[in-house]
Write a protein that binds this ligand. Structure first.
Ligand SMILES: [Cu+2]
Length: 396
């Protein structure tokens, strides 16, 4: 009798621990504060659909877990071998085979899984629903993301940018995901599920944001050296702000003013040293690049066209300062930081970050430039870095 009570106490304690842990887990992981990649804080219809599936499935699984644990702990403590027991004499009744029980615990989980499958498939179909979607081509690169907007649907991109994609709040956006090198995976947890970027294929994921915000993401397929440093952001703007963004992104930045001597010198240096890899629309003579950005056939990108560094293996810098993050989302371009989404970023450029990158890119993220992966260190002088930075600041 005394032993029996002990079993109940142990069972009760275990149950309490499970409940407390479960409570802490759910309340903490669900809070987006300081956890930009939480999956439990949806900000769009698609991520909400996932959430609507997670909660009941997790609850059912939790109940099953607790029932099984209670049974297990009870049986283990109740029927354990006590020190004063004699082997072969004080053993519990030995049983084997109970058809009813065995049928029960085979059929019950099967039924449960069948029911869950209905909700699961329903959610998968829901994830692909899109009404009048905006389309954005996303290209995984080692180790940053490129975005291409073909606004007039003529097959040639009108906007090419990197790391940060802008979308209008409330509208479905179809991200057509491709890769230029190895398998990456695109994932903005607040807005939708994950989607692999596989060379030679185009996968799609629908994103939709219900509120303005800068939503963080991270490549989730191991893609080499700087995989963990390959981040991305989706900047959700009001439809009006999105129009402002579009207009700015399709207007070439003004040439540096002659009185801005540093920037003028920087531009000359840029054309000589950097335009081999980096496109700046309207400035880089297209003859320098064997595949000017506007004629790279979109669907075959990375497949039939031999990709060289000149054809789009480096971020398009035309509107660098229209972004709030750069180098794979690692660094801020403005001192105010990049957590508040702005159509046209206001604030003080963080020239230290830009200079840090130019001084030694590999100090920011490990790369393998000898193998066409990443940006080489050009051992620029401080004077050259000043000039280039002044020029990059005009790209807005
Ligand atoms: Cu990656």
């Amino acid at each position: 009798m005394r032993n029996n009570r002990k079993s109940y106490v142990i069972t009760g304690i275990c149950l309490a621990i499970v409940l407390v842990l479960g409570y802490l887990l759910v309340t903490n992981i669900g809070s987006p504060v300081g956890r930009p990649l939480t999956t439990l804080s949806p900000r769009g219809d698609k991520s909400q659909a996932i959430q609507n599936l997670i909660i009941p499935v997790f609850a059912i699984a939790g109940v099953v877990f607790i029932l099984v644990e209670i049974g297990l702990v009870f049986v283990v403590t109740r029927f354990r071998r006590r020190s004063d027991e004699v082997d072969g004499k004080d053993e519990p009744v030995q049983l084997h085979g109970n058809t009813k029980l065995e049928l029960g615990w085979t059929i019950a989980p099967a039924l449960l899984l069948a029911v869950l499958a209905v909700f699961n498939v329903n959610t998968i179909l829901q994830m692909d629903d899109a009404t009048d979607p905006l389309e954005v081509t996303v290209i995984g690169q080692q180790w940053w993301w490129e975005y291409r907007y073909d606004l007039d649907n003529d097959g040639a991109p009108d906007i090419i940018t990197a790391t940060e994609a802008a979308i209008p709040v409330g509208r479905d956006v179809r991200f057509k995901i491709q890769s230029n090198d190895v398998i990456h995976s695109f994932w903005i947890p607040a807005l939708s599920g994950k989607m692999d970027a596989v060379p030679g294929r185009t996968h799609q994921v629908i994103l939709q944001a219900n509120e303005v915000g800068m939503f963080q993401g991270q490549c989730t397929e191991y893609c080499g050296l700087s995989h963990g440093l390959m981040r991305m952001q989706v900047k959700a703007l009001t439809p009006e702000d999105y129009q402002i963004w579009l207009t700015a992104m399709t207007t070439s930045p003004a040439q540096p003013e002659p009185k801005n001597e540093l920037a003028v010198q920087g531009q000359t240096l840029f054309v000589a040293q950097c335009s081999y890899c980096h496109q700046v629309n309207g400035v880089t003579p297209t003859s320098k690049s064997p595949y000017p950005y506007s004629t790279v056939p979109d669907p075959d990108y990375g497949k039939t066209v031999a990709i060289t560094m000149a054809s789009g293996n480096a971020p398009n810098l035309t509107h660098l300062m229209m972004r709030q993050h750069f180098v794979g989302g690692l660094l801020d371009l403005y001192q105010e930081g990049g957590s508040v989404a702005q159509a046209i970023p206001e604030g003080t450029p963080d020239t230290n970050n830009i200079k840090r990158w130019l001084r030694n890119p590999e100090d920011v993220k490990p790369m393998n430039p000898n193998n066409n992966q990443g940006m080489p260190n050009y051992n620029l002088s401080e004077a050259q870095i000043e000039q280039l930075t002044a020029y990059l600041l005009t790209l807005k």
